[in-house]
Design a protein around this ligand. Structure first.
Ligand code: COA
Length: 176
């Protein structure tokens, strides 16, 4: 038996998370059954505009995952592989939704591995319910007054309403 078997396994789950959705949470909840620890990493590019600040995104993730043991939240600007090197982790966790994700994910996984051979990307198939959701489409629907209540955690839903200045009552009038 190699010593590796006794070491705890940490996976890094990177993303923009602008904002985190129930689809991401589903991947984290399932991932923590496989890994001992998961670091949810808000990967940001200071030159790229986002709806939520990095701090807001981290806070929303922390709030939404409060109950789940073994999950922590961090942020990083720059190459993902550099974060992995400093954290000592060598596993990247990613969710795969529809077939359309495959090429992009494959490209990223190969590029990360080209830079550091030790890195492995592990994919979990997204839950069927979340196959066609994305942060962009969720933001668009809220900004136009539609309801996304079933697609994001409650705290995120509230923050989205605040950002777009929509009252919860108006928003709840829409069918889920
Ligand atoms: N359920 C629902 N939606 C999901 C999802 C799931 N399980 N997984 C991803 N999504 C959605 C997100 O909401 C997001 O939607 P949007 O594009 O409408 O905003 C989209 O899918 C992509 O999201 P995400 O998982 O956050 O990936 P990303 O493309 O934003 O993240 C990074 C990519 C951050 C991991 C990548 O760019 C990176 O590593 N950056 C660091 C710099 C670097 O190293 N670059 C070289 C990489 S080879």
């Amino acid at each position: 038996m190699t010593q590796d078997k006794f070491m705890s396994k940490t996976a890094i789950y990177p993303g923009t998370f602008d904002p985190i959705t129930n689809g991401h949470i589903d991947i984290i909840k399932r991932g923590i059954r496989i890994f001992d620890n998961i670091i949810v990493l808000v990967a940001y590019n200071p030159d790229k505009a986002a709806l939520f600040t990095v701090e807001e995104r981290m806070e929303m993730i922390q709030d939404a995952l409060r109950e789940i043991k073994g999950v922590t939240v961090d942020c990083h600007a720059g190459l993902l592989v550099d974060y992995l090197k400093t954290s000592g982790a060598n596993i990247i966790l990613r969710g795969m939704r529809a077939l359309s994700d495959f090429e992009y994910e494959f490209q990223m996984a190969l590029m990360n591995r080209r830079q550091t051979r030790e890195i492995e990307t592990v994919f979990l198939m997204s839950g069927f319910k979340w196959f066609y959701t994305s942060s962009r489409i969720i933001k668009e629907v809220v900004s136009l007054g539609g309801s996304v209540k079933a697609l994001v955690p409650d705290n995120v839903h509230q923050k989205l309403l605040e950002k777009y200045n929509v009252t919860a009552r108006n928003n709840n009038n829409h069918k889920r």
